[in-house]
Design a protein around this ligand. Structure first.
Ligand code: ADP
Ligand code: F6P
Length: 489
């Protein structure tokens, strides 16, 4: 081999997240097909290419038999994915229960479940036990595939117990943990019965990361106020051991979106959509059908706008693309019926024989279809009641370099801190304010749109998913080296 053939060995990264980037669908006893999973975590991590990465996670399906497990493991290996097999009962208690019925609403300021407190307390205990058990199962798989020098990057609220389990296996493992949701005020976290155990487990990591400085600050406050530990500018200290805590705002692979727009198939689709909605301004919402996304609030604000601006009634259409998610959790089922009911009522009220004001689709769009839709949109509207970051707003901006449409963005999304200067920021709970912002967006001058778009486009194209991952991993490596130096002193 010549000198040029010799490449530096890239550091191996074990990415551990509840959901793998692909979900499996069974096609036969030992036959599987794999589909891209929806969600911000997957979108961001798919944009991270410059690592020798392996994914460890759940494939979103129950596989009770050995034949099926073997075949799925093989199919996933081609995508550098390693499955964690969770049975139905664990999924029910850990994923539907503790993760999505307790931690998710709490971290988004929607509180703990209210109904029948005693029953809740009982199920709380068994759900927390299942949560710990599931985290241990993830740790077992990580430990099996771990090699010296690997970086282990744990993701999200599903795996708060994992750093502790991993360090119990091997205290030299480099372990980072990143939260994709908000971390709430310490007064909210304080209400959680397992508040201390979860904080202590996360603190076993070497580096703990959040999307925004505010979330990091809330986490440090929770550790000082609830655990009585010391908060320092670097993080949290416990008897001389420092856990580094910092903000690492996530981004997208903007180039993937920008280059997709040039494909003939997407151009064709853009033409069709432009023709289809000729004479009407297009407003767009793209969300998982989740209560944190404020979809009913968005639609009610649109109704108010139509009510107060009769001249706009046949000149604007709202396309709401809402992919169903966590459909086994009762709160999500209620939300689906609620949204359908509101959309039906408004379309009945303002629709004509030939057109309706709201097109609501309960489904996922493929990547190229989504790019085309972003590109033809005049106004994108994100009304999350709370949202860790919200990558939909980034994707919209990336696809708007010719149209320069307007982004209406909730001030409670992490993205408000990065795209706030270019977007119209709103309080989604204030329907009158959101209705006014729709009018402002639809009538904004080209000059103003241009100025706002540039601000956001610059941000989205320079703060990418790749850069986010590089910053996190390099900070993790540095943190471990510094800790080793400190212990030697
Ligand atoms: P979250 O992480 O809560 O799902 P984000 O806005 O950060 O929210 O990320 C959502 C991701 O899922 C985006 O990449 C978006 O394109 C994708 N997504 C959401 N809804 C749909 C949909 N209906 N069809 C296709 N993709 C979707
Ligand atoms: O941070 C949001 C998140 O929880 C991500 O972990 C995930 O990508 C997304 O929501 C989708 O949720 P689920 O994996 O429950 O379908």
């Amino acid at each position: 081999a010549t000198r040029h053939d010799v490449r530096p060995v890239r550091q191996r990264l074990l990415v551990v997240a509840n959901r793998l980037p692909v979900s499996a669908v069974r096609r036969g006893e030992d036959a599987w097909s794999l589909e891209i999973s929806a969600g911000g975590l997957v979108t961001a991590l798919l944009g991270v290419n410059d690592f020798e990465a392996r994914w460890i996670g759940w494939a979103g399906v129950n596989v009770p038999d050995e034949v099926g497990q073997k075949a799925l493991t093989k199919a996933l290996a081609e995508k550098r994915c390693i499955p964690v097999f969770l049975d139905e009962e664990i999924v029910h208690q850990y994923y539907n229960g503790y993760c999505n019925n307790i931690l998710w609403p709490l971290f988004h300021y929607l509180g703990l479940p209210q109904e029948d407190r005693l029953a809740t307390t009982r199920s709380f205990q068994s759900q927390f036990a299942a949560y710990k058990k599931a985290n241990q199962m993830f740790a077992d798989v990580v430990n099996k595939h771990y090699e010296d020098g690997d970086v282990v990057w744990c993701h999200d609220y599903h795996l708060m117990f994992l750093p502790k389990c991993l360090k119990e296996y091997n205290s030299n493992m480099k372990v980072g943990w990143f939260l994709h949701t908000p971390f709430p005020s310490s007064e909210i976290h304080r209400t959680l019965p397992s508040r201390s155990e979860l904080l202590r487990s996360v603190l076993a990591a070497d580096l703990v990361g959040f999307h925004t400085y505010d979330y990091a600050r809330h986490f440090v406050s929770a550790c000082t106020r609830i655990l009585g530990l010391e908060g320092t500018p670097e993080g949290v200290e416990d008897q001389g051991k420092l856990t580094r805590v910092a903000a690492f705002p996530i981004g997208i692979d903007s180039e993937r979106f920008i280059s997709a727009l040039k494909l003939p198939k997407v151009q064709e689709h853009i033409k069709e959509l432009t023709e289809r909605f000729r004479g009407r301004k297009v407003m767009l919402g793209v969300d998982r059908l989740d209560m944190i996304k404020g979809i009913p609030q968005k639609i009610l604000a649109f109704e108010k706008f139509l009510e107060e601006n009769p001249l706009w009634r046949d000149k604007v259409v709202l396309l709401q693309i809402a992919v169903p998610t966590r459909t086994d959790v009762p709160e999500y089922q209620k939300l689906t019926s609620q949204v359908h009911e509101i959309v039906g009522r408004i379309n009945g009220r303002f629709g004509t024989l030939t057109a309706v004001p709201i097109h609501h689709l309960d489904r996922s769009l493929d990547f190229l279809g989504l790019c085309a839709l972003y590109a033809v949109t005049d106004v994108a509207i994100v009304t999350s009641l709370r949202d860790g970051m919200n990558l939909v707003s980034y994707e919209f901006v990336a696809c708007q370099d010719s149209k320069r449409g307007v982004l209406i963005l909730s001030e409670f999304a992490g993205a408000a801190q990065s795209l706030g200067a270019g977007a119209i920021l709103v309080n989604p709970w204030n329907i009158t304010e959101v209705a006014d912002s729709i009018r402002q967006a639809l009538t904004m001058s080209a000059e103003e749109r241009e100025k706002r778009h540039h601000h956001n486009f610059d941000h989205v194209t320079t703060h990418t998913a790749q850069e986010w991952a590089e910053m996190f991993v390099s900070e993790l490596n540095d943190t471990v080296v510094e800790a080793q130096l400190r212990t030697r002193q």
